[in-house]
Write a protein that binds this ligand. Structure first.
Ligand code: G6P
Length: 476
């Protein structure tokens, strides 16, 4: 079977899980990437190449929820050296402002090249003549160039879902030139923010020596590559509809009751990742109670931490740190049946997330660095009454669009305390004004608009002379 549109991402939208009785099932994959691409895939008749989690050989392609999925298996060494190693032990911290220290290991790099080649080969095998391949995220930065060498007839797009760092940080990478050349295999390289696209173009000029003008790179063979920002978003209408259902409304009420109907509920929902600033936000909240600004009778902080990359040491350390912090805060400030922090180390389906968003008065999103942060946008989409407050880090991509949030510097604990307190004390009129403006922004810039604008730019790329034109994603 061949496909006119092929999505290539490290993960499939579903993970293969073995249940306690030994049978095999599928579970939705974590993270923002899957959330964003899924509606685009549904609207197109494409194929999605990705890893179903775990280890084992390539499984046969299959259909799930109307999507054609093509699994790529991983060996244990692929998981430890490509996924946990180079992708999440080198690139992830390097691209997130060195929030943790990246490690540089030559074996990890070799495995990164090897696994990227396998993804490129798989895509080359299923893309139709003159078709379009859309490659996603930091795990697969070498795929565009590899694929172009194998299939010069294809139109190739690449989108980076995480930040792209300034030259001063990127140049630490021993394989910086190979990564830049890998990305230059694409016709269009998309980023979350204009600053990231500028970082990339500057690095290409300085490190690879190609001519550039604004967002265009001129390659010696006559090809051009465009580097541009396409801020990603969510299925705003879908979330709004979900939030409107009776089931979600009832569940939101039940959550508030279970928490003892406090005056205000604070909420954090994040993958348990050191970039997310969970530790600092919980400290800021607890200090407000300690300082007497409010009491555990008045307010509770619900923190959902979705398990993530649990074999990577930095993530294990973080989990222990948060466990200890929550224990200490609740031990010092909680009362019987009234913890200061209600901490849940688990993942929830969309319905439960929507209910939490509806139940929460103050959403707290405080990453040290984040490509976009779709949780912030989901919260806004679910505030049907134009109420609720968003406290948002300046260092999340979403801060460029959600200007009416309480913007904070997550490194500044006192600043965060003031913002949390202001959001706690804000009157309805102020909340209303801010939320209305943010809701308008999210409605107008949803994930369908994001995909359409990327696809439109990609389909007008002039390089691939044989390329067929691809339909932009239709709204679902
Ligand atoms: C972020 C990344 C995605 C990744 C997701 C979940 O959203 O941009 O590429 O899939 O986190 O992380 P994981 O390591 O579990 O795939």
């Amino acid at each position: 079977m061949s496909a006119d549109l092929v999505i290539v991402a490290n993960r499939l939208p579903v993970d293969r899980v073995t249940k306690p009785d030994g049978s095999v099932g599928w579970r939705r994959s974590p993270g923002g990437l899957v959330t964003a691409i899924e509606p685009v895939m549904r609207a197109n008749d494409g194929s999605w190449i990705g890893w179903p989690g775990g280890t084992g050989p390539d499984l046969e392609p299959f259909e799930a929820d109307g999507m054609h999925l093509v699994p790529i298996g991983m060996e244990p060494e692929d998981v430890s050296e490509f996924y946990e190693g180079f992708a999440n032990g080198t690139i992830w911290p390097l691209y997130h402002d060195l929030v943790a220290k990246p490690e540089f290991h030559r074996e990890w790099w070799d495995r990164f090249v090897h696994v990227n080649r396998r993804f490129a080969e798989k895509a080359a095998g299923i893309a139709s003549e003159g078709g379009t391949v859309w490659v996603h995220d930091y795990q697969l930065q070498l795929v565009p160039q590899m694929l172009r060498e194998m299939r010069p007839d294809l139109r190739i797009g690449f989108y980076l879902h995480i930040p792209f760092p300034p030259a001063e940080l990127f140049q630490q990478l021993p394989w910086r030139r190979q990564i830049l050349e890998g990305l230059l295999g694409a016709d269009l390289v998309g980023f979350q923010l204009p600053g990231a696209a500028q970082n990339f173009v500057r690095l290409v000029r300085q490190r690879v020596g190609h001519k550039t003008h604004r967002d265009t790179v001129y390659l010696p063979d006559g090809r051009t590559v465009t580097a541009k920002a396409f801020p990603i978003s969510i299925d705003a209408a879908g979330f709004e509809q979900l939030a409107q259902t009776d089931a979600v409304a009832d569940r939101a009420k039940a959550i508030r009751e279970a928490l003892g109907n406090p005056r205000k509920i604070f909420l954090g929902i994040d993958r348990l990742d050191y970039t997310k600033g969970i530790y600092a936000r919980l400290r800021a909240f607890s200090e407000l109670i300690r300082d007497g600004h409010f009491d555990v009778e008045d307010a509770v902080f619900v923190q959902v931490a979705v398990p993530s990359r649990e074999q990577v040491e930095q993530y294990r350390i973080l989990r222990d740190d948060i466990d200890r912090l929550v224990g200490r805060i609740n031990g010092a400030l909680g009362r019987i049946g009234k913890p200061a922090i209600s901490y849940l180390h688990t993942s929830y389906p969309r319905e439960e997330m929507a209910a939490l968003y509806r139940a929460a008065d103050i959403m707290v999103v405080t990453p040290y660095r984040d490509g976009m942060n779709l949780v912030a946008k989901e919260y806004v989409a679910c505030r049907l009454e134009d109420d609720g407050a968003l406290v948002l880090s300046e260092f999340a991509g979403a801060a460029e669009e959600l200007r009416q949030a309480w913007l904070v510097n997550p490194y500044d604990i006192n600043g965060m305390k003031s913002a949390l307190l202001e959001a706690y004390e804000a009157d309805d009129k102020q909340l209303n004004r801010r939320m209305k403006a943010m809701r308008k922004q999210i409605r107008q810039h949803d994930v369908a608009a994001w995909a359409d604008s990327f696809m439109l730019d990609l389909s007008s790329a002039e390089n691939s002379t044989h390329a067929k034109s691809v339909q932009p994603a239709v709204r679902s």
